[in-house]
Design a protein around this ligand. Structure first.
Ligand code: CP
Length: 310
């Protein structure tokens, strides 16, 4: 396979290879004034974002530029999509215009797979930067890179994923990748934000956070995705914060070595107390920093010759 479409399709060797490359890139570039490698000179990377993004879009652009690729950003509002052009026609246009790799974020689950089907023959590679409620594989990879840095290794660790499981592509990708890398996963969510079929995800499930905390090495908080809750917000923000918000008291229930992650954007005061978000126990800034090196590694494995399972 020549694309990165899901964490589900990544085997342990491929995922570890990407994480090792990211680690090596981080060590190579650390402390350099000019963080530019010639590796992807002459290659063209297009980011095609049909949903808003800060971290993913910027870090893919930085990653491409640090590897000397030409990076072009396309968004739905500024492109001919706003005139009614289909996703397929837009993708084929970008490929015909010279894109070697298209990085796509789209509100529809499965959009990245469709794109890969249309572009495969033309030799344009596709990276899924988040498709609907399905997957966000580079987020899971950067989370794993951060866990490796903080905890030494992922295998054998017990990780809690807490929050809006129902709408979260981050949760789905993380469950796949963490299990592939040998971690145990416990999912914590209110019943209203727990998807049906979650018992098939291969993780433990709890609707209460406090009893879980003493036994985990990391807590990954999820954003509550109000924009996908067309029927209203339940539980209320206050109820959510009381039952599931990561605050100082809950930080005290964790083992001393345990780390708190959040993919961002964070809803401070609801999912995470400001003091916790800014504490050394939280790895939110490191996650963003690692996102650049992980996305460099993904582009390297896809565009610089090494094949990648999707
Ligand atoms: N974590 C994440 O995907 O953030 P953005 O939506 O800002 O890219």
């Amino acid at each position: 396979m020549r694309h990165l479409l899901s964490a589900e399709g990544l085997d342990a060797d491929t995922a570890t290879g990407v994480l090792d490359t990211a680690d090596a890139l981080k060590r190579t570039l650390f402390g350099r004034e000019v963080r530019k490698l010639p590796t992807l000179r002459g290659r063209t990377v297009v980011t095609m974002f049909y949903e808003n993004s800060t971290r993913t879009r910027v870090s893919f652009e930085v990653a491409g530029k640090w590897m000397s690729a030409d990076v072009i950003n396309v968004s739905a509002s500024g492109s001919s999509t706003s005139k009614g052009e289909s996703l397929r026609d837009t993708a084929l246009t970008l490929s015909a215009a010279g894109a070697d790799c298209v990085i796509v974020r789209h509100p529809a689950s499965g959009a990245a797979h469709r794109l890969a089907g249309w572009l495969d023959e033309a030799g344009t590679q596709v990276v899924n930067a988040g498709d609907g409620m399905h997957e966000h594989p580079t987020q899971a990879l950067l989370d794993a890179a951060t866990l490796r840095e903080r905890l030494g290794e992922v295998a054998g660790r017990r990780i809690a994923i807490v929050g809006d499981l129902l709408h979260s592509r981050v949760a789905r990708s993380n469950v796949h990748l963490l299990r592939t890398l040998g971690a145990q996963v416990v999912l914590v969510a209110p019943p209203t934000l727990t998807p049906s079929g979650v018992q098939d995800w291969g993780a433990e499930i709890s609707h209460e956070l406090d009893p879980v905390l003493a036994g985990v090495d990391a807590v990954m908080l999820l954003r509550v995705q109000a924009e996908r809750m067309h029927g209203g917000f339940f539980p209320s923000q206050r109820e959510y914060s009381i039952a599931y918000g990561m605050n100082e008291a809950r930080l005290g229930m964790l083992p001393e070595h345990a780390v708190v992650l959040h993919p961002g954007p964070m809803l401070r005061g609801m999912e995470i107390a400001p003091d916790v978000a800014d504490s050394p126990r939280a790895a939110v800034t490191e996650q963003v920093r690692n996102g650049v090196h992980v996305r460099m590694a993904v582009l390297y494995h896809l565009l610089a010759g090494e094949e990648m399972a999707a």
